[in-house]
Design a protein around this ligand. Structure first.
Ligand code: INI
Length: 156
């Protein structure tokens, strides 16, 4: 095993510039994701001046904003945050599916990491569990993934 070269990201002195794209829909949950994402970036040494927050109406609008920001350039990674809660409506499938597909397409085409911090859950309780209670905070997780990918991409 000692002979196998391994390339991986680290979390020390990563730095870089980050855009956090945040949807307003279900803001009572999404604001907790945002605060945790910002806290994670800053506690890992990212400067406030190197973080930009962009707000969109809902998860449906995340891909177009992500695309504009990637095209504008200057960001090492983006973090997309939102919460799509099923709540008995078929709308869920479209919004969640298009948000995920749109963001993945932009990430893969551009080579710029875009963390997917969009909750896709059945109930409000499940959303709350993932926004700072018993299942952690997916905003913090998304920020950690962004940091790791920035560090990794520099080495690839
Ligand atoms: N947007 C969300 O971010 N989460 C949801 O749960 C949601 N639901 O359930 O409808 C939602 N809809 C709005 C959508 O993202 C667009 O903003 C809207 O359709 C206007 O384009």
């Amino acid at each position: 095993m000692k002979e196998i070269r391994t390339i991986e990201g680290t979390f020390t002195d990563v730095g870089g510039r980050y855009a956090v794209v945040v949807s307003r829909f279900n803001s009572f949950v999404v604001e907790s994701l945002l605060q945790a994402a910002l806290d994670t970036l800053i506690r890992h040494g990212v400067k406030e001046k190197d973080i930009e927050i962009i707000r969109v109406p809902g998860a449906w609008e995340l891909p177009v904003a992500v695309k504009k920001l990637v095209d504008r350039g200057g960001f090492d990674a983006l973090i997309a945050l939102g919460a799509v809660i099923r709540g008995g409506t078929a709308h869920f499938e479209y919004v969640a599916g298009e948000a995920a597909k749109g963001i993945a397409t932009i990430q893969n085409a551009s080579g710029v990491p875009v963390s997917f911090g969009v909750l896709t859950v059945d109930t409000i309780e499940q959303a709350i569990e993932r926004a700072g209670t018993k299942a952690g905070n997916k905003g913090a997780d998304a920020a950690l993934s962004a940091l790791e990918m920035v560090s990794l991409c520099r080495q690839l």
